[in-house]
Write a protein that binds this ligand. Structure first.
Ligand SMILES: [Zn+2]
Length: 95
């Protein structure tokens, strides 16, 4: 007789747990799917295909009176060189 009372109770609890698990799983799966689609959209930039583009600006080699800053990697004139540092650092980066 006790089994007759216990069995439907247990089934009810298990059903609820399974339902909760199913809901949480489907929710998390939905969230992951949304993130992936958003990430894919972020990667697909319109007009990002630059294979046909040509470099328009003229690239000049570093001049004798210029240096490349070891911090910001920008080319500066010698007048912008911070004298205190051993490595070439521009005055903007020399703090
Ligand atoms: Zn710099």
């Amino acid at each position: 007789m006790a089994k007759d009372f216990d069995t439907p109770r247990n089934d009810g609890i298990i059903d609820n747990l399974e339902e909760l698990n199913t809901r949480s799983t489907s929710k998390s799966t939905l969230a992951i799917d949304m993130d992936e689609s958003e990430a894919a959209e972020g990667l697909e930039l319109p007009g990002a295909d630059l294979s046909g583009e040509e470099l328009v600006i003229q690239v000049l080699p570093q001049l004798d009176n210029e240096f490349v800053c070891t911090v910001c990697f920008l080319v500066h004139h010698r007048s912008q060189l911070a004298e205190a540092s051993s490595a070439p650092v521009c005055r903007d980066c020399d703090v």
